[in-house]
Design a protein around this ligand. Structure first.
Ligand SMILES: [Zn+2]
Length: 140
């Protein structure tokens, strides 16, 4: 099953409605981190114009932990969570490249292992670990 199919499967098995606009939203978010405006634009290109439906669907997908909200430099981005090898809904590392405005992910579970086993958190149940790294290309 490819990634998108797994999302669809989750929605179906949870007896939730897999509407066309929810499906389109998942397709649009695959491999991208988008703002609400960007999602709106991409959906409009596919014929989905209703802003409150978009808003409700996003809220729904976030509740289901299929989509996560991430804040980078005060901007909110949406990102697929479930089945994303780079991060779970709760724990992820994102890098914002200020030269290209690109957001990428780091796939490094050992960083989470290291942090969650750290002495400082010994008495705590960690809810999530979210790391945002701001960077620029190295100038030579
Ligand atoms: Zn991400």
């Amino acid at each position: 099953m490819d990634l998108k199919e797994r999302y669809y499967h989750k929605i179906r098995t949870d007896k939730m409605r897999l509407t066309k606009s929810r499906k389109a939203m998942i397709e649009i978010l695959e491999n991208q981190h988008l703002t609400f405006k960007e999602i709106q634009k991409a959906l409009a290109a596919r014929g989905f114009y209703n802003v409150s439906t978009i808003y409700n669907n996003l809220e729904f997908l976030v509740e289901q932990k299929i989509v996560v909200e991430i804040y980078i430099n005060d901007t909110k981005y949406y990102d697929l969570a479930m089945g994303n090898p780079m991060h779970s809904a709760d724990s992820h590392i994102h890098i914002m490249n200020k030269d290209t405005n690109e957001i990428t992910e780091v796939n490094s579970p050992e960083i989470f292992d290291f942090l969650s086993n750290h002495q400082a958190f010994k008495h705590l149940d960690l809810e999530y670990i979210r790391i945002i790294i701001s960077a620029q290309n190295k100038k030579k």
